[in-house]
Design a protein around this ligand. Structure first.
Ligand code: CA
Length: 621
């Protein structure tokens, strides 16, 4: 169905409705405006010297001379639009030295009159950004010296949680995020005891797109995503990719040169959003960056920004980060931080060449994290230019704490931006990156399970801009939160699956400026590492070692184990952990065994060995 209307300037103007895509080109002052119906044709403009030139549309036969040059800014073209949907610039790819751009415009409300209600009831869009092995204090707005201005700005205009949890491991966090259930409860990688967010949002009218790391069974397009670009594997080479890359279910060949995975994930995300806009659907976008997961492979320019920054060492960085966290209000002034544990030497005690190499490793992490922020800047600019930023819920998390696994001997004289370099993780830096917490990825201590959590949604969040919320929260809460926001119901049946109940609770009361009525215990389990958070209290076990007990209200960094003072509480919480593990998670028997009664050293064979035999490079133990 098509309708024609006359614009204020008597220019030819048509309006497509129902499922037709429409593409409209215009100069920005809106004095000339034309439309065409080109369901598959992109209007391309080339950008250079601050001026965009229209290259024409082969479908409707309009040439470059038919529109005026369009002023260009990095934040995108702007045209007023009463629907807050306006001109969008989407970076396509580098080509011949210039940047190929694609743009779309949805005509302003005023031109449509009677057709406006078709677009008026806009459901919020949703972006979930998941980073990989990012430490709790690795962002500026959580205490880092790493430059993350885009995320800091989202935090300053949004809401940050200080006690948001993941599952301490890659795949299990992804399962909980997508299903609202504990990983084992959802059926693990197969998710056959759950439905996923896109499987619910699709029938509710959403366009579902994902880019990045999948790390679960099958492919995202088998679980409700309309579009997918990324790697199915848990890790990938940042410059060369691997053979698990897919584009919408088909194998995708990584280019021989000019490829960097963090950038490609946002390139495709912007493409997918442009498609969603053409279909005039609200959208759900899930970007799963692999950064800063090993191998440590930053872009050269990002690395060089931080090259000399970390020669001060991890003790100094730890101190600076906690000082900044106190300034930010994340922790009280008298917070007791987790001391550097025995398996990490004081920076000053490291051999000079080891200090040199370790400072390069941390500069590599910083460069990779900085790049994530830069790419998110492109995404935010795209939303802003499309007029969608205010009514999009953007959420940012890490899938687990910083990673300590130092898996191979390496050539430490190399530079990490050289694609042949494949450095793995540093246990010493993992401790500083998880400031003020201790332990790491996989462990259920706060260092493993605490994630930064930024929520940005100007139209929906009612707390003061930049507020901090101290409610214990978890990735399982995203599913019910997003469903409530989208006005969708969680199904109780799904073909071929035996659905389990949701584990998470909607965070909408918190986003609305209130508090949760009820927060059921938060269950932690990965392999033999365990924990349970109930109110202010947490029990935790390192690899099925004896339970420890912490009161996180007055000891957020788990510095004082008070197990001996509260035997009854520990017994009760341990019984609840076992009940949930058996009845709710339906976890394998081996994961339900009682914890050890004898204390034992907390150590792992793949943590960095900083005391290598003479002549051997450091590596794992
Ligand atoms: Ca991870």
């Amino acid at each position: 169905m098509r309708k024609s209307v006359e614009s204020q300037n008597d220019m030819f103007c048509r309006f497509g409705i129902s499922n037709e895509r429409r593409t409209i080109f215009a100069d920005v002052d809106e004095t000339r405006m034309r439309t065409c119906f080109a369901p598959t044709i992109r209007h391309l403009i080339r950008v250079g010297d601050g001026v965009s030139r229209f290259l024409g549309c082969e479908k409707c036969g309009v040439g470059p001379g038919d529109v005026h040059p369009i002023p260009f800014s990095r934040m995108g073209l702007r045209a007023s639009c009463h629907l807050r949907r306006n001109l969008t610039l989407v970076s396509r790819k580098h080509e011949g030295g210039g940047v190929m751009m694609r743009y779309h415009i949805i005509l302003p409300f005023a031109l449509f009159g009677a057709f406006a209600p078709l677009c008026a009831a806009e459901k919020p869009n949703v972006v979930v950004v998941l980073t990989d092995d990012l430490g709790f204090s690795d962002l500026g707005c959580y205490g880092a010296e790493i430059e993350t201005p885009v995320l800091d700005r989202l935090a300053a205009n949004g809401l940050r949680f200080t006690q948001f949890y993941n599952t301490a491991k890659c795949h299990s966090s992804r399962v909980s995020l997508l299903t609202g259930r504990w990983c084992r409860q959802a059926g693990d990688e197969d998710m056959d005891r759950a439905v996923t967010l896109p499987e619910v949002l699709g029938p509710a009218g959403y366009f579902n797109a994902m880019t990045g790391k999948w790390h679960l069974s099958k492919e995202p397009t088998d679980f409700g995503f309309d579009r997918y670009f990324g790697h199915l594997s848990g890790a990938t080479h940042y410059f060369r990719g691997n053979d698990t890359f897919r584009l919408n279910g088909e194998p995708w060949e990584v280019p021989d040169s000019g490829f960097y995975t963090t950038i490609a994930k946002v390139d495709y995300a912007l493409d997918f959003l442009a498609e969603a806009r053409e279909e005039e659907k609200p959208w759900f976008l899930y970007i799963a960056f692999n950064a800063p997961h090993a191998p440590i492979q930053p872009l050269k320019e990002d690395y060089e920004k931080y090259k000399d920054h970390y020669k001060v060492g991890w003790d100094v960085i730890h101190e600076r980060r906690i000082a900044r966290q106190i300034e930010l209000g994340i922790f009280d002034e008298d917070v007791e931080t987790a001391p550097r544990l025995d398996h990490i030497p004081a920076w000053e005690d490291l051999a000079p060449e080891l200090r040199e190499w370790e400072s390069k490793r941390m500069a590599g992490y910083a460069g990779m994290i900085d790049r994530v922020d830069q790419e998110l800047g492109r995404l935010v600019a795209d939303l802003e230019a499309a007029g969608e930023l205010d009514n999009t819920l953007i959420m940012f998390f890490s899938d687990n704490g910083a990673c300590p696994y130092d898996r191979r001997n390496i050539k430490w004289e190399d530079e990490p931006y050289n694609p042949d370099t494949r450095w793995t993780d540093s246990t010493g830096w993992a401790w500083a990156r998880n400031t003020p917490y201790r332990f790491y990825k996989q462990n259920q201590f706060e260092g493993g399970v605490a994630t930064p959590a930024i929520f940005h949604w100007p139209d929906g969040i009612k707390t003061e801009p930049g507020a901090l919320d101290f409610t214990p929260t978890h990735l399982v809460d995203l599913f019910p939160t997003i469903l409530e926001m989208a006005g969708a119901e969680a199904p109780t049946e799904f073909p071929g699956r035996e659905l389990t109940p949701l584990a998470g609770v909607s965070l909408m009361p918190v986003l609305s400026g209130g508090s949760l009525e009820e927060r059921p215990p938060i269950h932690f389990l990965f392999n033999q590492d365990r924990g349970l958070r109930d109110g202010d209290w947490k029990i935790v076990s390192f690899q099925a070692g004896p339970w420890e007990l912490y009161n996180l209200e007055n000891d957020p960094a788990e510095a004082r184990n008070v197990v001996a003072e509260h035997p009854e509480r520990v017994e009760k919480m341990a019984a609840e952990w076992h009940r949930m593990t058996r009845d709710v998670l339906m976890a394998p028997e081996r994961e339900q065994r009682p914890v050890a009664t004898e204390d034992r050293p907390k150590i792992h064979s793949q943590w960095s060995d900083y005391d290598p035999e003479p002549g051997r490079h450091t590596g794992n133990r």
